[in-house]
Design a protein around this ligand. Structure first.
Ligand SMILES: *[C@@H]1O[C@H](CO)[C@@H](O)[C@H](O)[C@H]1NC(C)=O
Ligand SMILES: *[C@@H]1O[C@H](CO)[C@@H](O)[C@H](O)[C@H]1NC(C)=O
Ligand SMILES: *[C@@H]1O[C@H](CO)[C@@H](O)[C@H](O)[C@H]1NC(C)=O
Ligand SMILES: *[C@@H]1O[C@H](CO)[C@@H](O)[C@H](O)[C@H]1NC(C)=O
Ligand SMILES: *[C@@H]1O[C@H](CO)[C@@H](O)[C@H](O)[C@H]1NC(C)=O
Length: 627
């Protein structure tokens, strides 16, 4: 940024005692003053300066305000849409109180828009950085007839308000610069959006990029509580006005919130002794901050991999896309709502509430009444407590739940109750209320470790405890299985698929491959499964524990997938991602398995199943997380 030489000269003058009269007038501009080209104002406490500058490499000249100690960062611009195209022109205040920028040919290129005419106007640059026009004819001098704080540019600094005035011209919000050379409004804005409950949003044009989550009476639900004793928290939400966001208590701390040209909102701080800004935080900061990251009815969990999962009772709309980590199409209900008896809700605790797209707020309804109200209306899909302070306040959603995110932090006490069909609720109950379970099977072996992160889907796990007591865990669910699959050691991917196949068949049958004995033949467990498969009697392989449960179809599918995994030719075996896909995608038709490897009747030797799970030793469940 360059200032006009004359400008700098003028700034220098105000410190000189020879020109005391100038320095006394330096923070104000009155109609009788005939300013020279490059007029500047400096606030009384020497904190802020108003003057002309050239942004970046631009030849256009703008009138702006900056901290005197850091002149490179312009905080406010008067004429961001109407640049002065040459070095001519200056600022005046007309006798009616209008501030005007006059170009070299004496035409007005920018003026402050006054709602009323002043009798004795004077413009003043305050130590807050606010350029104000006061009418000295009035008793109260702090009633401004115009103030620059009402016209935010890309930066909010302490004292400046953001306001939502229902989309009228009185809306106050930040807009990014177009580029470093062009301060005219770019694509991004940062504003208050108010659909019953206010929230702060970053928009790109009319597309939402990030939101703070609704105001919950204490703060914005999506922003974790901020504890820095030097800063006021975001407490000051008054009606449609946001007065304070992390403003410092002390004037010695300088702070600004800037929406940069790439749509990133950044909080910078410094103090009067410094000449550089330090970045405090950036929003959006992580993937889950990005609006609608997991698509409709998905939920974002930042320290999980993958970060997106479907909300309970929902499955990916497109399994293929979901597996490719493309979550944009989101999730659909596993069982559609039919508004019949028995519908109810599952609670998802500690979330950033879904966006208030189709929603209704009733501030006087209690949480219990809220549930009843939601149930009564067939199109109500979820409800939540609107405020974390006190019991009342009911928020109801109609339609898809978008931009929900999970929080781990303690101070995120908001829960959402999601409506599910009777049968979905029943199946959740049956599966020990674990619709989404993360099961990590750790198979340790002398030569390697196979870590299968099986995220949901259907799986039966037999835990072999040290004392060989068997415990059966059945998790039947409809969500997503993670392809997350880490291999360490010397195994090839295809042989791991083989071991996984052995494991699947062992789990369903409750028998071990090695040492398997059958009175009718001398095949191992895989061979036995293959024979039964060919005779259409595969269900006979099922473990006693499973016989009376309703999981036969799942089990049959598991065996078929298992057989596909243990096919003789490695090139016939499916990739692990496809294995998981087949397991979870219960409708899809499966290929017919071919003969398994090591399909030879044992005579002398115990068939070496090479990479059968037996070699991996004990199967233990390390984590079984109900979520
Ligand atoms: C105030 O004066 C300016 C220029 O002198 C003029 O353009 C503007 O219309 C006047 N405003 C009112 C409200 O009279
Ligand atoms: C004054 O200059 C501006 C460009 O700076 C031009 O648009 C305008 O037409 C000029 N006005 C007159 C009266 O020459
Ligand atoms: C916006 O801020 C980010 C993060 O500091 C930075 O990487 C990016 O370059 C900035 N964009 C522009 C256009 O300055
Ligand atoms: C809020 O709910 C109460 C009952 O719970 C009802 O009497 C009132 O009319 C509702 N208000 C609105 C605005 O719907
Ligand atoms: C359900 O709620 C929506 C949104 O408030 C409303 O438009 C609709 O009329 C309600 N339906 C019934 C049957 O009450």
């Amino acid at each position: 940024m360059e200032c006009l030489p004359l400008f700098i000269f003028f700034s220098a003058l105000i410190f000189s005692s020879t020109f005391l009269n100038f320095s006394m007038a330096a923070d104000t501009l009155a109609p009788n003053q005939s300013p020279t080209d490059g007029q500047t104002l400096v606030s009384l406490g020497q904190k802020f300066e108003l003057g002309f500058f050239y942004p970046g490499s631009s030849k256009n000249r703008y009138l702006g305000i900056w901290y005197r100690t850091i002149p490179d960062t312009v905080l406010w611009i008067a004429n961001r849409n109407e640049p002065l195209v040459d070095s001519q022109g200056n600022l005046r205040i007309s006798s009616n109180g209008t501030l005007v920028l006059i170009s070299g040919n004496q035409s007005i290129i920018w003026s402050s828009k006054l709602s009323e005419v002043a009798a004795h106007p004077v413009a003043q640059l305050l130590d807050t950085g606010n350029l104000v026009i006061v009418d000295q004819a009035r008793k109260s001098s702090d009633q401004y007839i115009w103030q620059s704080f009402d016209y935010p540019c890309d930066t909010r600094f302490p004292g400046m308000r953001l306001e939502d005035n229902l989309g009228t011209a009185a809306d106050r919000y930040l807009t990014s610069w177009k580029s470093a050379d062009d301060p005219s409004p770019g694509d991004f804005s940062y504003r208050i959006e108010n659909h019953g409950l206010p929230q702060l949003v970053i928009m790109m044009g009319s597309v939402k990029k990030h939101r703070s989550g609704p105001w919950n009476g204490v703060r914005f639900s999506g922003l974790p509580a901020f504890t820095n004793p030097a800063f006021k928290p975001i407490l000051n939400f008054d009606g449609n006005q946001l007065i304070s966001t992390y403003d410092p208590y002390s004037d010695a701390v300088m702070s600004r919130l800037t929406l940069n040209e790439s749509g990133l909102l950044q909080r910078f701080v410094t103090n009067e002794k410094n000449t550089e800004w330090s970045l405090m935080y950036t929003v959006p900061n992580e993937q889950c901050d990005i609006y609608g990251q997991c698509g409709p009815n998905g939920i974002c969990r930042i320290n999980k991999s993958p970060i997106c999962e479907c909300l309970m009772g929902f499955t990916p709309k497109s399994q293929q896309q979901w597996l490719m980590l493309d979550w944009s199409s989101g999730c659909v209900r596993s069982v559609p709502l039919d508004c019949q008896r028995g519908e109810g809700f599952v609670k998802r605790a500690g979330v950033k509430l879904p966006d208030l797209l189709q929603s209704v707020v009733n501030t006087s309804t209690s949480l219990n009444e809220c549930e009843t109200e939601c149930l009564k209306n067939c199109s109500c899909t979820a409800y939540a407590n609107a405020y974390i302070t006190g019991g009342s306040g009911c928020l109801m959603w109609f339609g898809d739940l978008i931009d929900t995110r999970e929080y781990i932090a303690e101070n995120t006490e908001q829960d959402v109750y999601i409506r599910l069909s009777a049968s979905e609720l029943e199946s959740i109950r049956n599966s020990h209320k674990m619709d989404k379970a993360v099961v990590k099977i750790l198979i340790s072996a002398a030569s390697g470790m196979l870590l299968l992160g099986l995220l949901c889907g259907f799986i039966i796990i037999r835990i072999r405890r040290k004392r060989r007591e068997d415990l059966m865990v059945i998790i039947s669910c409809s969500g997503y299985m993670s392809p997350e699959y880490a291999i360490d050691g010397k195994f090839s991917v295809k042989s791991d698929v083989f071991s996984f196949g052995v494991l699947l068949i062992e789990l369903v049958s409750g028998k071990k491959n090695r040492g398997f004995y059958h009175p009718d033949h001398h095949h191992n467990l895989l061979g036995h499964a293959w024979l039964l498969w060919n005779e259409n009697r595969v269900l006979e392989l099922m473990d006693e524990y499973l016989k009376d449960s309703c999981v036969q179809l799942h089990a049959q599918r598991c065996i078929q997938v298992g057989l596909l995994c243990v096919q003789k030719l490695p090139e016939d075996r499916p990739a692990m991602s496809y294995v998981l896909f087949m397991l979870e995608n219960e409708e899809g038709t499966l290929p017919r398995p071919k003969q398994p490897g090591f399909f030879v009747e044992r005579s002398a030797i115990e068939t070496n199943t090479a990479l059968g799970s037996e070699e991996f030793g004990v199967v233990t469940i390390t984590t079984l997380e109900a979520r």
